[in-house]
Design a protein around this ligand. Structure first.
Ligand code: SAH
Length: 364
């Protein structure tokens, strides 16, 4: 019954202030809202029944008015390197993926902002599937609550999730309102309590939203570059036809970067397509007046992809050229590749999505 489920309240999509208001409107004391907030975001209750210090009457009201607190876990996989992937089924049957990448002293959770994606970047598997729909704030936050909750359930440490990257499926700046509210919830010091330095939003460069995101969110910014000349970027990141490199640069020159922070540039290396010495020099020139660091991502192939990963020698040479130009340049390793959890491999298995023909530039 879609009508009924739409009317349900999605508690994890509410900010603390909204929760206080809601609980107040039911005639409950403000401390009830505080208790409920803690159950949701700190104690990570999987359902209302777990909230044992709330009165039965209050719990009954929550159960009758609110949507379930967790999406269904359709599948969970763990890679040899410890990377974990959860495939979650949403209330309407859409599926999304969330990946936890454990590293020395930290754990990065890669979350999705849309079911599918509208950008159609030809090297990205999600891009070939089209957009199913935007995620709601609750669906974005629930990915974090679910993973932290799962860690707690197996007596692991929920705080192992130290960093959030909006680098899963979707273009976060094309779902701005929901993403902005989700970020606000993640930042709440009495809740999930991520510092703004611990959250990174990755965008292909939705230029008209950048200034607003900088002003309102204050999180780290990652930009998917993949080419530093329009002719090639038009192909690899079709959004470039709308907002080209010059427009992107102009927006970034006035972007309110916080003290000491840099823009992270993502550059996926595609054999014979964007990995020549000239390409590296163009990147260095393009970034020259922006505080930048570069993440080189070896391409993660998927069945039917028209691209191949650059050779390790090419990747190293590319890094070397950027180093020589003074850029901090990191080669990202292919974490979780054996469970298709590596960057850009979130295949989604979207129900009802059409497999679009891939229109790419084949590697030479
Ligand atoms: N839409 C946003 C965020 C999602 S993609 C953006 O474009 O930034 C996150 C990163 O993964 C992007 O840099 C994207 O270009 C990269 N990516 C996608 N498919 C990939 C693949 N097969 N191999 C390596 N990186 C990939």
């Amino acid at each position: 019954m879609p009508e009924a489920s739409e009317a349900l309240i999605h508690l994890s999509g509410l900010t603390k202030e909204q929760l206080v208001e809601l609980v107040g409107s039911w005639g409950e004391k403000p401390y009830r809202a505080k208790q409920l907030w803690a159950w949701l975001h700190v104690r990570l209750a999987p359902d209302v029944d777990a909230m044992t210090d709330l009165s039965l009457a209050f719990r009954d009201r929550l159960k009758s008015l609110c949507a379930s607190l967790r999406p269904e876990i359709a599948r969970h996989q763990q890679a040899a390197d410890g990377t974990e992937k959860w495939l979650m089924t949403l209330a309407d049957g859409q599926t999304i993926e969330t990946v936890l990448i454990p590293e020395e002293g930290r754990g990065t959770l890669c979350i999705s902002s849309q079911a599918g994606c509208s950008l159609n970047c030809p090297f990205c598997h999600t891009g070939t599937q089209g957009l199913a729909r935007n995620l709601t704030t609750a669906e974005i936050v629930n990915q974090i609550l679910l993973v932290r909750g799962e860690l707690l359930r197996r007596q692991d440490e929920p705080q192992r999730v130290t960093n959030i990257v909006l680098m899963g499926m979707g273009e976060p700046l094309y779902n701005y309102q929901a993403v902005a509210q989700a970020v606000q919830i993640m930042l709440d010091g009495n809740g999930l309590a991520f510092g703004s330095r611990k959250i990174t939003l990755s965008t292909a460069g939705v230029v008209p939203r950048l200034a607003q995101a900088g002003r309102e969110l204050g999180v780290n910014l990652a930009i998917s570059l993949h080419a530093a000349r329009d002719e090639l970027r038009d192909q690899l990141v079709p959004l470039n036809r709308k907002y080209n490199l010059a427009a992107l640069k102009q927006a970034l020159q006035s972007y309110p970067l916080k003290q000491g922070r840099r823009i992270t540039w993502e550059y996926v290396l595609l054999d014979g397509v964007n990995d020549s010495d000239d390409d590296a020099r163009q990147v260095a020139r393009y970034l020259s007046d922006l505080p930048s660091k570069v993440n080189l991502i070896p391409f993660n192939p998927w069945p039917g992809a028209l691209f191949a990963p650059s050779t390790p020698q090419r990747v190293e040479r590319f890094q070397q050229l950027l180093h020589q130009s003074g850029y901090v340049t990191v080669i990202r390793d292919r974490r979780g590749a054996d469970i298709e959890a590596a960057c850009g491999q979130l295949t989604g298995l979207l129900q009802g999505s059409r497999a679009r023909p891939v229109t790419g530039i084949a590697a030479a």
